[in-house]
Design a protein around this ligand. Structure first.
Ligand code: PMP
Length: 368
């Protein structure tokens, strides 16, 4: 079997133990006499999986009782619409522009309400997190939206740059960082994340929402986009992506066995820290993202020249490192797109990060 170091931004690496268990249980699991792929969502066996997942997620992330966990389809992208459709009251919402992902969310919001960028880091080519203070938020805004970790620009909101939005509900897209960063759920009105990076495989989206924000949506809003519909039906209004929920359950069990959130955070910092540190001392590479705003999960950096990046990608591939080509759609202030991006989600082993560092050192010796 060919095995590569999977550094793709998502879908991304799953823990080996999870895959082995899924393989072993493919034909029959849990004494239920059928495959997890065959199980009906109207059975006790599936209840065990979905309620078991929710209980574990609550425990691992410290989700308070006044928040609901919803399992929804449609990926993070469907949430770009669900959020305005469900949270609009005054039909005004404020967005923080940190690049491509919040922009896509904003583009959906403008279909339904008056969305406004109240802060932006476009002037720096999205290489920092703009400061947000309560006076910037419109008094009648229904919510403030941030992308907690921008997968494509390598920036993250954290304790040092956390937005102060006063008493407005703060909505965050934690797709590429949930489970790898400290989290105080009570600071948010709504948190969402696609499962395919840190919480399982594709097909499942996790929404954590404060009870008071779940209200009846306007008449035109489709049933499948209504938070209340999902909350009232324990996320089983229609057939949920049952196999994805099963993988999510296995993933959460692995997460707990490996030491829980604090251990994941520690390992993530270590993996990305060694690469940032090397880049900061390198003659060939430069990380344009301001230090305090750097993502712990998506490490982005540029080479001296685009040709050097091409060579690096080629040599990395030969050594089995895949998925490190940076994101090309946006140009940074220096007119370069993001050259290299490595995604260090929880399932990516420390030994893979060490092997990559070793490769970088050899590359540096050869070409500097
Ligand atoms: N938000 C972020 C931060 C992402 O990185 C992605 C996907 N890479 C999405 C949203 C969109 O998720 P999906 O493709 O599952 O709709």
């Amino acid at each position: 079997m060919k095995k590569v170091w999977n550094l793709y931004p998502g879908p991304s690496i799953l823990p080996h133990e999870v895959l082995v268990r899924a393989q072993a249980e493919m034909l029959e699991f849990g004494g239920y006499g059928m495959s997890p792929m065959e199980v009906s969502h109207r059975t006790k066996s599936f209840d065990d999986i979905i309620y078991g997942s929710e209980a574990l997620l609550r425990e691992l992330l410290g989700i308070p009782d006044n928040y609901k966990v919803l399992y929804m389809p449609g990926g993070g992208t469907a949430q770009f619409s669900c959020i305005p459709l469900n949270l609009m009251r005054n039909k005004k919402a404020d967005y923080i522009d940190t690049g491509i992902w919040p922009e896509l969310a904003y583009n959906e919001a403008v279909r339904y309400l008056d969305a406004k960028y109240i802060a932006s880091s476009a002037d720096g080519g999205y290489n920092y997190i703009p400061k947000v203070t309560p006076d910037m938020v419109r008094p009648d805004a229904d919510y403030v939206y941030i992308c907690g970790n921008n997968t494509d620009h390598g920036t993250a909101f954290n304790e040092t740059n956390f937005p102060d939005v006063g008493d407005k509900p703060l909505v965050t897209d934690m797709t590429s960082i949930i489970g790898s960063q400290e989290i105080d759920v009570a600071k948010y009105g709504l948190i969402f994340a696609g499962a395919q990076k840190n919480l399982g495989c594709t097909g499942l989206t996790i929404v954590i929402i404060r009870d008071d924000l779940i209200q009846e949506a306007e008449k035109f809003v489709p049933m499948m986009y209504r938070y209340k519909q999902f909350a009232d039906n324990q996320s089983m209004y229609n057939t949920p992506p049952t196999y994805s929920v099963y993988i999510h359950y296995l993933l959460l069990q692995w997460f707990k066995e490996k030491g829980g959130l604090s251990k994941m955070i520690e390992d993530t910092k270590k993996k990305s820290g060694m690469i940032y540190d090397f880049v900061d001392h390198s003659e060939l590479w430069n990380c344009p993202v301001q230090r305090e705003d750097r993502s712990p999960t998506n490490v982005c950096y540029n080479g001296k020249t685009p040709e050097l990046e091409e060579l690096f990608l080629e040599e990395a591939k030969k050594e089995g490192f895949e998925g490190i080509k940076g994101f090309g759609r946006y140009k940074r202030a220096d007119q370069r797109s993001v050259g290299i991006r490595m995604s260090f989600y929880n399932a990516f082993p420390m030994e893979g990060a060490e092997a990559f560092l070793d490769f970088m050192k050899r590359f540096e010796e050869k070409y500097s």
